[in-house]
Design a protein around this ligand. Sequence first.
Ligand SMILES: Nc1nc2c(ncn2[C@@H]2O[C@H](COP(=O)(O)OP(=O)(O)O)[C@@H](O)[C@H]2O)c(=O)[nH]1
Ligand SMILES: [Mg+2]
Length: 415
Amino acid sequence: MLLEIPRHTEIFGSLKLHELQRVIKLDSGNYDAPHANSIPRDALMEVLRRSAMIIPIKNEKIHLLDGVLRAVPHDTTIIIVSNSSRDPQDRYKMEKDVVKRIAELTGQEIIMIHQKDDGLAIAFHDIGYKHILDDNMLVRDGKAEGMIIGILIAKAIGKGYVGFIDADNYIPGSVNEYVLDYAAGFCMSKSPYCMVRLAWRYKPKVIEERLYFRKWGRVSESTNKYLNMLLSVCTNFETGIIKTGNAGEHAMTMKLAEILQFSTGYSIEPYQFVYLFEEFGLCAQEHSSFPDAVKEGVEIFQIETLNPHIHEEKGEEHITNMLLASLSTIYHSRICSDFVREGLMHEIEEMTGRREMPEENIKMPPIGNIDADLFMKIIESSSDTFKWFSAQTSSASHTAATFDDRESVREVMEE
Ligand SMILES: Nc1nc2c(ncn2[C@@H]2O[C@H](COP(=O)(O)OP(=O)(O)O)[C@@H](O)[C@H]2O)c(=O)[nH]1
Ligand SMILES: [Mg+2]
């Protein structure tokens, strides 16, 4: 793959924020271009083998999930965390049927679990991570909560990289590109603490019966503006470098995933920036709980995809809620200044007609100290919905963790 070399990089404490890079060519063979980042095919494949793609899903069209599953490269493990309804129609069962068929046809390793599984709640309870549980002692609703489950499973099966793919994507070819873009980002990184965030070249919409290739949506525009303002005020140098504040499609090294704090629901993505600013920005370094990351540095790549992004339109209320959650996460940051807060308040007033900032989003601490093998063992023994499809001939590698009871895997395939 050939990618532009970023012309500019913002350095903020231990953070390296690279400017948006465009994909010049998706498959460039092994051509070593003098004025671009050239990533050889083999290097991409090696990263894919050590990656898991996590698909959070809640009541999406089954056709869309089917397309997404077919698009993820074979050597990457897929982890589906579903919060879909089970009653009156059991949508999880429908999802499981599709997954089973694809796994049997393709031999790809696919793991799936339901977010509201009692056994999952028991696992979180027993390993002492109750921050993710609700008042009923089940895992709380929310996309972030689903993502954390996926990260822990990926850790247990020894993956070094995790990426996230939404289940409501209409273009399988785009999904295939996202996975390769993630791998390219990791290949460019000089630090083991690395995040890759994608920006769409276009997000097409039908306007007056014509397809209009829109560049930015309302939520991204506003979130990016205030994240840039937060950064500018901290460094005293104005910047517009952040273009991926709400990037649902993003990936990170397991080392970075282990030290991130998470914010609930849809606020998870913008909060990743806020948290990284707080933890690794200028003022925070001396007191960091993660001296290794401070020393190595945290690198963030932003890649503009070649393919357009077409996903399910979820309506105005969804957009407003997502924007409120994003802005609130910036407002409540401990490094947010009065100047930025005033701007945020004004934005919210324009949007809702009320001068009222939503409450602070729930935060969940880093998962680095969790014994992921134990977590997985508890799930395997007490979960009703956990399924692990893996053909014995699959080339997927389980590098760090191996399981005594791989028998159960075979059982699943024979079911
Ligand atoms: N596991 C899980 N996934 C969720 C939840 N809520 C949303 N999702 C999924 O998260 C992905 C992104 O959500 P979506 O509503 O499309 O948000 P948007 O694309 O950012 O507007 C989709 O695949 C959703 O089905 C949840 O509570 N749990
Ligand atoms: Mg979506």
